[in-house]
Design a protein around this ligand. Sequence first.
Ligand code: ZN
Length: 151
Amino acid sequence: MSSDLRELYQSVILDHNKSPRNFCEPEGANRSAAGVNPLCGDRIVIYLSIEEGVVVDAGFKGTGCAISTASASLMTQSIKGKGIDEVERLFGGFHEMVTGEPDAGVRGEGLGKLSVFSGVREFPVRVKCATLAWHAMREALHDTGEAATTE
Ligand code: ZN
Protein backbone atom coordinates (compact mmCIF):
# COMPACT_ATOMS: atom_id res chain seq x y z
CA MET A 1 0.00 0.00 0.00
CA SER A 2 1.38 3.45 -0.84
CA SER A 3 1.99 5.81 2.05
CA ASP A 4 -0.44 8.32 0.51
CA LEU A 5 -3.21 5.76 0.65
CA ARG A 6 -2.27 4.81 4.18
CA GLU A 7 -2.49 8.46 5.24
CA LEU A 8 -5.83 8.86 3.56
CA TYR A 9 -7.16 5.77 5.33
CA GLN A 10 -5.83 7.01 8.64
CA SER A 11 -7.49 10.41 8.22
CA VAL A 12 -10.86 8.78 7.43
CA ILE A 13 -10.61 6.67 10.58
CA LEU A 14 -9.59 9.66 12.72
CA ASP A 15 -12.44 11.73 11.29
CA HIS A 16 -15.04 9.07 12.06
CA ASN A 17 -13.60 8.64 15.55
CA LYS A 18 -13.77 12.36 16.23
CA SER A 19 -17.27 12.82 14.86
CA PRO A 20 -18.95 9.42 14.66
CA ARG A 21 -21.90 9.19 12.27
CA ASN A 22 -25.17 7.68 13.47
CA PHE A 23 -24.04 7.92 17.09
CA CYS A 24 -27.53 7.58 18.50
CA GLU A 25 -30.41 5.21 19.05
CA PRO A 26 -32.52 5.79 15.94
CA GLU A 27 -36.20 6.40 16.38
CA GLY A 28 -38.04 3.26 15.39
CA ALA A 29 -35.13 0.92 16.15
CA ASN A 30 -36.60 -2.55 16.59
CA ARG A 31 -33.42 -4.59 17.06
CA SER A 32 -30.34 -4.06 19.19
CA ALA A 33 -27.34 -5.97 20.44
CA ALA A 34 -24.37 -5.19 22.63
CA GLY A 35 -20.80 -5.99 21.71
CA VAL A 36 -17.82 -6.16 24.03
CA ASN A 37 -14.16 -6.52 23.20
CA PRO A 38 -12.50 -7.27 26.55
CA LEU A 39 -8.99 -7.14 25.08
CA CYS A 40 -9.29 -3.44 24.30
CA GLY A 41 -12.22 -2.38 26.49
CA ASP A 42 -14.48 -1.50 23.55
CA ARG A 43 -18.19 -1.57 24.39
CA ILE A 44 -20.86 -0.72 21.87
CA VAL A 45 -24.54 -1.22 21.31
CA ILE A 46 -25.86 -1.44 17.78
CA TYR A 47 -29.41 -0.38 16.97
CA LEU A 48 -31.22 -1.36 13.80
CA SER A 49 -34.56 -0.51 12.38
CA ILE A 50 -35.55 -3.34 10.09
CA GLU A 51 -38.62 -3.25 7.91
CA GLU A 52 -39.53 -5.95 5.44
CA GLY A 53 -36.01 -7.35 5.29
CA VAL A 54 -34.34 -3.96 4.80
CA VAL A 55 -32.16 -2.06 7.26
CA VAL A 56 -33.93 1.28 7.07
CA ASP A 57 -31.92 2.86 9.88
CA ALA A 58 -28.88 2.04 11.98
CA GLY A 59 -27.09 3.66 14.87
CA PHE A 60 -24.76 2.89 17.75
CA LYS A 61 -23.72 4.03 21.20
CA GLY A 62 -20.82 3.17 23.40
CA THR A 63 -17.18 3.82 24.10
CA GLY A 64 -14.11 2.37 22.53
CA CYS A 65 -10.88 3.00 20.74
CA ALA A 66 -10.59 4.93 17.48
CA ILE A 67 -10.73 1.78 15.35
CA SER A 68 -13.87 0.36 16.96
CA THR A 69 -15.67 3.72 16.95
CA ALA A 70 -14.75 4.50 13.33
CA SER A 71 -15.71 0.98 12.30
CA ALA A 72 -19.16 1.27 13.90
CA SER A 73 -19.60 4.70 12.33
CA LEU A 74 -18.68 3.58 8.82
CA MET A 75 -20.60 0.33 9.18
CA THR A 76 -23.86 2.01 10.14
CA GLN A 77 -23.45 4.30 7.14
CA SER A 78 -22.80 1.45 4.76
CA ILE A 79 -25.64 -0.86 5.82
CA LYS A 80 -28.42 1.74 5.81
CA GLY A 81 -30.94 1.08 3.11
CA LYS A 82 -29.57 -2.36 2.31
CA GLY A 83 -31.35 -5.69 2.36
CA ILE A 84 -30.32 -8.29 4.91
CA ASP A 85 -28.68 -10.49 2.23
CA GLU A 86 -26.61 -7.58 1.02
CA VAL A 87 -25.59 -6.72 4.58
CA GLU A 88 -24.46 -10.33 5.06
CA ARG A 89 -22.37 -10.08 1.90
CA LEU A 90 -20.79 -6.86 3.16
CA PHE A 91 -19.99 -8.56 6.47
CA GLY A 92 -18.39 -11.47 4.62
CA GLY A 93 -16.30 -9.16 2.45
CA PHE A 94 -15.26 -6.99 5.38
CA HIS A 95 -14.34 -9.98 7.51
CA GLU A 96 -12.28 -11.50 4.72
CA MET A 97 -10.52 -8.18 4.14
CA VAL A 98 -9.44 -7.66 7.77
CA THR A 99 -8.54 -11.28 8.50
CA GLY A 100 -6.88 -12.18 5.17
CA GLU A 101 -3.19 -12.92 4.78
CA PRO A 102 -1.21 -9.67 4.64
CA ASP A 103 0.45 -10.72 1.38
CA ALA A 104 -2.79 -11.71 -0.30
CA GLY A 105 -3.05 -8.28 -1.89
CA VAL A 106 -5.54 -5.56 -1.13
CA ARG A 107 -9.06 -6.91 -1.09
CA GLY A 108 -12.17 -5.07 -0.17
CA GLU A 109 -13.49 -4.62 -3.67
CA GLY A 110 -17.06 -3.45 -3.53
CA LEU A 111 -16.65 -2.37 0.07
CA GLY A 112 -16.26 1.31 -0.76
CA LYS A 113 -15.14 3.39 2.22
CA LEU A 114 -14.94 0.28 4.36
CA SER A 115 -11.65 -0.54 2.64
CA VAL A 116 -9.98 2.02 4.94
CA PHE A 117 -9.75 -0.88 7.40
CA SER A 118 -7.71 -3.09 5.09
CA GLY A 119 -4.51 -2.15 6.94
CA VAL A 120 -5.92 -3.56 10.18
CA ARG A 121 -5.05 -7.13 9.22
CA GLU A 122 -1.39 -6.28 9.84
CA PHE A 123 -2.31 -5.74 13.49
CA PRO A 124 -4.11 -8.87 14.76
CA VAL A 125 -4.99 -7.22 18.08
CA ARG A 126 -6.85 -4.50 16.18
CA VAL A 127 -8.88 -6.91 14.06
CA LYS A 128 -11.23 -7.47 17.00
CA CYS A 129 -11.70 -3.72 17.35
CA ALA A 130 -12.59 -3.43 13.67
CA THR A 131 -15.00 -6.38 13.62
CA LEU A 132 -16.77 -5.75 16.95
CA ALA A 133 -19.50 -3.54 15.49
CA TRP A 134 -20.08 -6.05 12.71
CA HIS A 135 -20.48 -8.98 15.09
CA ALA A 136 -22.89 -6.97 17.25
CA MET A 137 -24.78 -5.86 14.14
CA ARG A 138 -25.25 -9.47 13.08
CA GLU A 139 -26.52 -10.37 16.54
CA ALA A 140 -29.04 -7.56 16.22
CA LEU A 141 -29.90 -8.59 12.68
CA HIS A 142 -30.78 -12.08 13.76
CA ASP A 143 -32.01 -10.90 17.15
CA THR A 144 -30.59 -13.78 19.15
CA GLY A 145 -30.91 -11.82 22.38
CA GLU A 146 -27.33 -12.68 23.29
CA ALA A 147 -24.49 -10.21 23.70
CA ALA A 148 -21.81 -10.36 21.05
CA THR A 149 -18.26 -10.83 22.19
CA THR A 150 -15.04 -11.11 20.31
CA GLU A 151 -13.94 -13.94 22.59
ZN1 ZN B 1 -10.39 -1.34 20.36
